[in-house]
Design a binder for this molecule. Structure first.
Ligand code: TSX
Ligand code: MN
Length: 595
């Protein structure tokens, strides 16, 4: 331990405390180098965690298979431990911080015996940007270190920037100490105890028992959303569950948009969209998280705090997202996909034809026609963002990109129109609060049931969501009225009476982005309705598109009875937030009812 020299006394002390608590066999400070990454990949191969994929087909890429009981985020094991229960709000699990620390101290005591403790200094956001923040993750998982190398900026250069400054301490253990001589598992985790715990006042994270995704890569959901949303509230900015993209028109004029969707709506597909409109181009800044702040001119500027994509693999194909397929051609970690006989990966929906034989995500033989899925539905790829063929050239700009519009989306087979523009910031905030999805077969529970997910932040807001709605409303005054982003709501998923999709979606969504672009530049037509401004007849470019004669009309139809029902249903849901629901929002609801 003494050989690791750190200039930051708080960091030094935290490392000493954690080392004494967890009792690892070794301590290793990550430098973030390519050599370090390769060394750890080799260690993971030796340990049986990584399978090296065929270098001819998938250079420098690996497959990991998790334990079958460690395959996704564990929301029922996730806690916001604020000092006051009221501050966690009705949508988060709360536990008294002191008591939670007692539980965690017991679990973490000796939890790294027989293992190496890795220290990962990381930056969320471009190195040295005023919009970025630094964290330090301690973990006993080399798999986590490799994923953090891709998903964040890691290493010595981060410590240089940190200096004596503040960092978010992120403590993680897979929760499976090894007795002397005990053989390790390919995917160590704790099948009995899992805890994903945020302490918002302390701005710290403790995660125990899981090695998977958002449970273990603490820079992502735990820091960049749950803890950062609290920092953003206190410091006057936004930490949002949003993709960031740019739209360039045929004259070369470019604008930037952000968009929030609940899971299962194709956020990564939208972020990397290939436009079907000649001359129009979409480029990617981020696919999951946006940190945004008004600059001194009152312009909202956004950065992607991440450096990679941790995308859901199933359903990704050359048809649904060709840019993602090209991104993951090399230097990618796959988790819980299937393995082909020639040493490549496969998942449901990846190719038109299904391979005859595979090794499934559980490591077992799989044959075409099997009732089981070959890849886990939550199988993932971890890949550097810079490999995306349509990454925007400003994606690492430390100043961020100016946001012209914010989009809220949902998955609704009825009621909600294809696109709708808000009247103003307050009404746009109301749109963000209102977003919801109908459950699909992918989620547990009944199919077609409405699930509210305000701002797509329900599992990710680190404080009371009523206070979060108020934060959104208040932030209007920080922006320049002439330059405030316009707010839109979209729905790609409306169906006709025959049960078929009315809108082709995917690349054709560029037509909706074009309308939004032209609304902002001032020359696209809209008509006023009770729920917002809709595209005027002919305002959406449907040239070259084979749509049923009345499809667009149906896609934009507002049914008064349906919307009265919608308003009543939403009002009922919003009772959850009690007296913290902003008065202005109650006012927005009245507009619907009185129309
Ligand atoms: O991601 C999707 N997007 C956004 C793309 C930029 N998906 C997949 C959702 C699950 C992750 C969509 N699914 C979209 C969409 O716009 N639309 C639909 C529904 C749909 C599915 C298939 C077809 C049309 C619409 N067409 C055919 O199957 C031929
Ligand atoms: Mn997400």
């Amino acid at each position: 331990m003494s050989e690791i020299k750190l200039n930051n006394p708080a960091l030094q002390q935290w490392i000493q405390e954690v080392t004494a608590l967890c009792q690892p066999d070794n301590v290793y400070l990550c430098d973030g180098s390519e050599q370090e990454y390769q060394l750890l990949c080799q260690k993971l191969i030796d340990q049986g965690t990584f399978i090296k994929l065929n270098p001819q087909l998938r250079p420098n890429s690996y497959l990991a298979r998790s334990s079958p009981d460690d395959v996704a985020r564990v929301e029922d094991r996730t806690y916001i431990c604020s000092l006051n229960q009221q501050d966690a709000g009705p949508t988060n699990q709360w536990y008294e911080p002191k008591k939670m620390k007692e539980i965690l101290l017991k679990l973490f005591k000796g939890c790294m015996r027989g293992r190496t403790l890795y220290i990962i200094p990381f930056s969320m956001g471009p190195l040295g940007s005023d919009l970025s923040h630094i964290g330090v993750q301690i973990t006993d998982s080399a798999y986590v270190v490799c994923n953090m190398h891709i998903m964040t900026r890691v290493g010595s250069k981060v410590l240089d920037i940190l200096g004596n400054g503040d960092f978010v301490p992120c403590l993680h253990s897979v929760g499976m100490p090894l007795a002397p001589g005990q053989k390790d598992l390919p995917w160590p985790c704790n099948s009995k105890e899992k805890y994903i715990v945020q302490f918002p006042e302390e701005r710290s994270i403790w995660s125990f028992g899981s090695g998977y995704g958002g449970n273990a890569l603490l820079g992502k959901k735990c820091f960049a959303l749950r803890i950062a949303s609290v920092m953003a509230r206190d410091q006057g900015w936004f930490a949002e569950h949003m993709l960031i993209l740019s739209v360039t028109n045929p004259n070369g004029k470019k604008i930037y948009l952000t968009a929030a969707f609940p899971s299962g709506c194709g956020k990564t597909n939208l972020a990397m969209l290939t436009s079907t409109l000649p001359g129009w181009k979409i480029e990617t800044i981020g696919d999951d998280i946006a940190w945004m702040k008004f600059d001194e001119d009152g312009v909202l500027k956004a950065i992607n705090p991440e450096a990679g994509f941790f995308g859901i693999a199933p359903g990704t194909s050359m048809a649904t997202n060709p840019n993602a397929m090209r991104t993951i051609e090399k230097n990618t970690i796959f988790t819980n996909t299937a393995l082909t006989d020639d040493g490549d990966i496969w998942w449901e929906g990846m190719t038109p034809d299904t391979p005859k034989h595979l090794i499934d995500w559980l490591g077992k033989d799989w044959y075409a026609g099997s009732k089981e899925k070959a890849a886990h539905p939550n199988a993932r790829f971890t890949v550097p963002a810079k490999q995306c063929p349509v990454i925007d050239k400003a994606w690492e700009d430390p100043d961020g990109v100016p946001v012209s519009a914010i989009i809220f989306g949902g998955r609704r087979t009825s009621v909600v129109p294809l696109v709708c523009e808000s009247f103003d910031w307050q009404h746009g905030t109301f749109m963000g609060i209102s977003i919801s999805s109908e459950t699909t077969a992918a989620a547990s529970g009944a199919i077609g049931k409405l699930r509210h997910d305000p701002f797509a932040m329900l599992p990710f807001c680190g404080y009371h969501m009523g206070d979060y709605f108020n934060h959104w409303l208040m932030m209007e005054t920080q922006g320049n009225a002439k330059k405030l982003p316009r707010i839109y709501c979209v729905n790609w998923f409306r169906k006709g009476a025959d049960g078929k999709w009315l809108w082709p979606g995917f690349g054709e969504n560029s037509r909706i982005l074009k309308w939004i672009f032209e609304r902002i530049s001032g020359h696209a037509e809209a008509i006023q309705t009770a729920i917002g401004r809709l595209p005027a007849p002919g305002a959406i470019d449907i040239s070259g598109l084979q749509l049923a004669p009345d499809a667009l009309e149906q896609l934009l139809h507002i049914d008064r009875e349906e919307w009265l029902h919608e308003a009543a249903e939403l009002k009922n849901y919003l009772k959850l937030f009690e007296e913290k629901l902003p008065k202005q929002i109650q006012h927005c609801q009245l507009i619907y009812e009185q129309s």
